[in-house]
Ligand binder design. Structure first.
Ligand code: DC
Length: 225
C-alpha cells in the first residue's frame, strides 16, 4: 500500500508544529514532529556535559524513539519519556547545534523514513521535503517574518511560565535560523517543488486552512491520493 506523505518545512516559529498537527488531525493522518528527535539528542548532550557542537560518538550511546500515545507524539530517550524536557529554550539551541552533525542526522534518518513508509503522515522539520522524503506527495515551506515568529514563540514560552524576554527570543530565533540554514548537512531550504506559504498575516485557523487547501489542491491535481 502506498502511503501519503505531506512534508512541512520552515524556520523556527513559523507555526509548523501547531498547524501541521491540526492538519494531520483533519486529514486523519499521523503527525510527526522531527524536531523532537534532534531535541532528544540535544537533551542528552546537555544532561551529560557533552558539547552539542561536537556530539561525536553520542549516537552509539543513545536510543531515540517516537511513539503515538492517544494520538499524541511522545519521544523517548533511552527508554525515558522526555517529551516535556525537550521543550526548554536551552534544549532548542542544543538541538540546533547537534543537528549540524552528519552522524546525528544519519542516525535519525531511518526513524523518520520508517514512519512515512508505514503511515499517511504530515511530517514537519527543516529537511523533510529536501532530504528525508524527497518524493513526498505534498511539500509546503511555511514561513513568516522573524519578528512575528519571535512574538509567537515568546507568547508560547510565557504561557508555559518560562522566564524570558522578547529580545532574547528574537536573538535565539535568528541564531537558530542562521545555524539551521548555513550548515553543510541538509540545511534548511525550500525544496524546488515546495509551495511557499507565508503565515505573517494569518492566524492559526487561517494557517491550518491554507495548508489543508494546498494538500487538497495537490491531491486533486494529481488525482492519485
Ligand atoms: O522544530 P524544532 O524547533 O523543534 O527543531 C529543533 C532543532 O532541530 C532545529 O533548530 C533544527 C533541528 N532540526 C533539523 O535540523 N531537522 C529537522 N528535520 C528538524 C529539526
Amino acid at each position: 500500500m502506498k502511503f501519503i506523505s505531506v512534508a512541512i518545512d520552515g524556520p523556527v516559529g513559523a507555526g509548523k508544529s501547531t498547524a501541521a498537527r491540526e492538519c494531520a488531525k483533519r486529514l486523519g493522518f499521523v503527525y510527526c514532529d522531527t524536531g523532537a528527535l534532534y531535541r532528544a539528542v540535544g537533551l542528552y548532550c546537555v544532561r551529560n556535559g557533552i558539547d552539542p557542537k561536537n556530539p561525536s560518538g553520542c549516537t552509539e550511546r543513545i536510543k531515540v524513539e517516537i511513539s503515538l500515545i492517544d494520538g499524541v507524539q511522545h519521544v523517548f530517550l533511552n527508554g525515558e519519556d522526555v517529551s516535556e524536557d525537550i521543550r526548554l529554550p536551552e534544549i532548542s539551541m542544543a538541538a540546533s547545534a547537534v543537528s549540524a552533525a552528519a552522524e546525528v542526522r544519519k542516525a535519525l534518518l531511518g526513524i523518520q523514513r520508517d514512519i512515512a513508509a508505514n503511515n499517511n503522515v504530515v511530517m514537519d522539520g527543516r529537511d523533510i521535503g529536501t532530504v528525508v522524503l524527497p518524493n513526498a506527495d505534498v511539500k509546503v515551506f511555511l514561513t513568516a517574518k522573524p519578528e512575528i515568529r519571535a512574538k509567537r514563540r515568546y507568547d508560547e514560552l510565557v504561557k508555559k511560565g518560562v522566564e524570558t524576554t522578547f529580545e532574547e527570543v528574537l536573538r535565539d530565533l535568528n541564531e537558530r535560523d542562521y545555524n539551521d540554514s548555513h550548515r553543510a548537512e541538509a540545511p534548511l531550504k525550500q525544496a524546488e517543488d515546495a509551495v511557499l506559504a507565508d503565515t505573517s498575516e494569518l492566524d492559526f485557523e487561517q494557517s491550518v486552512e491554507l495548508i489543508c487547501r494546498i494538500v487538497n489542491n495537490v491531491r486533486e491535481r494529481r488525482n492519485v491520493l
